[in-house]
Design a protein around this ligand. Sequence first.
Ligand code: ADP
Ligand code: MG
Length: 225
Amino acid sequence: MTLCATEVCKTYPTRGEPLSILRGVSLTLQRGEALAVMGPSGSGKSTLLHILGTLDRPTSGTVTLEQEDPFRLPEPQLAEFRNRRIGFVFQDHHLLPQCTVLENVLIPTLVNRSGQIEALEAWARQLLERVGLKERMQHRPAELSGGERQRVAVARALIHQPLLLLADEPTGNLDRKSALAVAELLLELHRQQNTILVVVTHSAELARLFPQRMEMIDGRLQPVA
Ligand code: ADP
Ligand code: MG
């Protein structure tokens, strides 16, 4: 097994009673598996994705990737692990407006420069070709449509060939047709790269494209009825 969450709880302190958002989430996903997570707004979907992505720590419970608990790593190594092994796509693309499309895809590689820039650039170009943006590599994000920007974000998430690909409502700001195209692209690249893919979506139509579907209800993941 590759990604394993066991009895993950997340509680936020407040002035009064603490807010109990995740109340024992358990989940096992192998390489090559894809899961859509649904659930009402405020139910804890982003909280769960942040914890699976090691951006946030659980209050209790464990998360392991390839049998290792990343939260045991000291912060700099955890950041390095996250950068290398986990790809994120957010609702808002988070592209840098002053950089070209190609430069944006290469941004994660600037964090730990490892001297193989030509190979990385060749891979970035290949990814951009795969997401249908071969002719747009030198454009700035403002020159692209919303769907195209999200496709750049997908390419960027894959630059380090991550083990785990996490997408938090990646199509939330797109029209139906672009949303379907981005979701299908995520699934296609996930299959090609043999990643674990977890996508949060509000759309039942998109969720149906995924082999596994779960719903966040009362702080727990339940199979979609
Ligand atoms: P979803 O993504 O399903 O809409 P979230 O995971 O973003 O839900 O949030 C779940 C709940 O946790 C919300 O009620 C939100 O206000 C609360 N929450 C999220 N982050 C924090 C935080 N850092 N401190 C306090 N409450 C938070
Ligand atoms: Mg959310």
